[in-house]
Design a protein around this ligand. Structure first.
Ligand SMILES: NC(=O)c1ccc[n+]([C@@H]2O[C@H](COP(=O)([O-])OP(=O)(O)OC[C@H]3O[C@@H](n4cnc5c(N)ncnc54)[C@H](O)[C@@H]3O)[C@@H](O)[C@H]2O)c1
Length: 262
C-alpha cells in the first residue's frame, strides 16, 4: 500500500471549515481519510453541507473550540460514529491583537491564550482516550514562526504559540509509550485571508502601505516566497501517514526558511 495513503484513517480537525484547516481536510479526504471537523462559523459549516462527501467521509459541526461544553458536545457526536481515531489536528488559533504590550488589554491576552492554548487542551483531553483505543496515532498542534522567534506587536500570539510547542514536547513524552506521536507545525506567512487581516492591521498601526508590509513579510523567508495552505495540509498528511510513523516531539517549520519575523 502507498505509505502516504490515509485510507480508513479517522481524523479530527478543529477550526476546519476554512483556511489551513479546510485545506487539510481536503487533502486528507483526497487520500482516503474520514474527517470530523468543527468550526465556530455557521455559514462555513452550512457551505460544507454541499460537499460531495458530507455524511460519508466528511462530518462538520458548529462548535466554539474555546468553550469546553461545545467541545464535549462535538466529541459526543463523533463518538456516535466511531470509538477510535487516528489523528487530532489542533488547528484552532486566532491572531490576537496588534500593538505594543503596554497598550494591550488583559482581556485580549486572556482571549488569545484561551483560544490558542486552552482549547487545544480541551480537544487533546478528549482525543487521547480515542487514540489509545486505536493503539496509537498522531496529534498535530498548529504553532507558528511566532512560536520559534517571537513576533513584535503580537506578544499574546507569540506567547500562545510558544506554549503550544511546550505542550507538544511534553505530550510527546507522556504518550510515546502508547505509540501516540505529537508534533507541532509552524507555518510561515500563508497566502490567505488571515494574512490579509494581519497585514492590514500592521499597516494601520504603523501607518505604512499594505504593499510594503506584504513585501517585508515575504522577504522574511530565505526562499522569498509565500507559503500556501496546502503546504501545511500536506505536512499534516505526511505526519499522520505511515511514512511519519517514527516522528514525534518535533517542531516542524513550513516557512521557506524564515530567518526573522518583524
Ligand atoms: N495563516 C497564517 O499565516 C498562519 C501562520 C502561522 C500559523 N498559523 C496558525 O494556523 C492555524 C490556522 O490558521 P488559519 O490562517 O487557517 O486561520 P483562520 O484565521 O483563517 O481561521 C480558520 C478558522 O478558524 C475558525 N475559528 C476561529 N475561532 C474559532 C473558535 N473559537 N472555535 C472554532 N473555530 C474557530 C474560523 O471560523 C475559521 O473558519 C492557526 O492556529 C494559526 O495561528 C497561521
Amino acid at each position: 500500500m502507498d505509505n502516504q495513503s490515509l485510507k480508513n484513517k479517522k481524523i479530527i480537525i478543529s477550526a476546519g471549515a476554512s483556511g489551513i484547516g479546510l485545506a487539510t481536510a481536503k487533502v486528507c479526504l483526497s487520500r482516503g481519510a474520514t474527517v470530523y471537523l468543527c468550526d465556530l462559523n455557521e455559514k462555513y459549516i452550512t457551505k460544507l453541507k454541499k460537499h460531495p462527501l458530507k455524511n460519508k467521509r466528511l462530518f462538520a459541526y458548529v462548535c466554539d473550540a474555546s468553550n469546553e461544553y461545545d467541545v464535549s458536545n462535538f466529541f459526543f457526536e463523533i463518538k456516535k460514529k466511531t470509538k477510535k481515531i487516528d489523528a487530532l489536528i489542533n488547528n484552532v488559533g486566532v491572531a490576537g491583537p496588534t500593538g505594543n504590550l503596554e497598550k494591550l488589554e488583559s482581556d485580549d491576552w486572556e482571549k488569545t491564550l484561551k483560544i490558542n492554548v486552552i482549547s487545544h487542551f480541551y480537544f487533546s483531553k478528549l482525543a487521547i482516550p480515542m487514540l489509545k483505543k486505536n493503539k496509537g496515532g498522531s496529534i498535530i498542534n498548529l504553532s507558528s514562526g511566532a512560536g520559534i522567534m517571537g513576533f513584535p506587536l503580537r506578544s499574546p500570539y507569540a506567547a500562545s504559540k510558544w506554549a503550544v510547542i511546550g505542550v507538544t514536547k511534553t505530550l510527546a513524552m507522556e504518550l510515546g509509550k502508547f505509540k501516540i506521536r505529537v508534533n507541532a507545525i509552524c507555518p510561515g506567512t500563508i497566502k490567505g485571508d488571515r494574512m490579509v487581516r494581519v497585514i492590514r492591521d500592521k499597516a494601520n498601526f504603523l501607518n505604512i502601505s499594505k504593499k510594503n508590509i506584504e513585501k517585508e513579510f515575504v522577504s522574511m523567508a530565505s526562499m522569498n516566497c509565500w507559503i500556501y495552505e496546502e503546504d501545511i495540509a500536506k505536512t499534516c498528511s505526511f505526519l499522520i501517514s505511515n511514512d511519519g510513523e517514527r516522528i514525534s516531539g518535533q517542531t516542524i517549520a513550513v516557512d521557506g526558511n524564515a530567518i526573522r519575523l518583524d
